[in-house]
Design a protein around this ligand. Structure first.
Ligand SMILES: CC(C)(COP(=O)(O)OP(=O)(O)OC[C@H]1O[C@@H](n2cnc3c(N)ncnc32)[C@H](O)[C@@H]1OP(=O)(O)O)[C@@H](O)C(=O)NCCC(=O)NCCS
Length: 125
């Protein structure tokens, strides 16, 4: 159950896509300086950015960064409460891609990264 978003080029080929859905994160997975600012619920609501991918023939042209910016913008505009966008980096390359965009690893789960929504909202002010 996820909302898909597809980037279609002017020649009608698909350059890439991503999905957005709701998820939750355990407070114990977050660094102490983030937890301090959150209510003491065992789980906090978040937005899952899933399956971000760019067609191999179209990689390295900025479409990945464009899709990520589009996803962060949509997530930041949602009126549903969410403290962060979470991504699951399927390999080392994907992890580096997200780290370049200021995502931080969840504790004990280095393939899962997050970026706080307050930080994302500031991007689009
Ligand atoms: C990761 C992915 C989405 C990047 O898409 P892209 O269109 O090639 O990326 P962009 O051209 O927008 O590049 C944005 C920045 O990320 C960097 N980057 C992209 N792929 C990278 C990789 N595998 N490792 C390290 N850096 C990477 C680029 O160098 C660029 O940085 P720069 O502007 O400083 O040079 C794409 O490679 C992909 O679809 N990979 C397979 C699926 C995947 O790994 N998805 C991630 C979620 S699991």
């Amino acid at each position: 159950m996820a909302a898909p978003f597809v980037l279609v080029l002017p020649d009608e080929t698909i350059a890439g896509y991503y999905t957005l859905s709701s998820t939750s994160v355990q407070l114990s997975e977050l660094p102490a300086q983030i937890v301090r600012k959150l209510p003491r619920y065992p789980l906090v609501p978040a937005t899952l950015l899933g399956r971000l991918a760019v067609d191999r023939r179209q990689q390295g042209k900025g479409y990945g960064r464009f899709l990520l910016a589009d996803a962060l913008y949509r997530a930041s505009r949602s009126e549903v409460a969410s403290f962060a966008v979470i991504v699951d980096a399927k390999d080392e390359g994907a992890r580096r891609f997200y780290e370049l965009e200021s995502f931080l690893p969840l504790l004990d789960q280095p393939t899962k990264l997050f970026r706080p929504m307050a930080d994302i909202r500031r991007l689009f002010e």
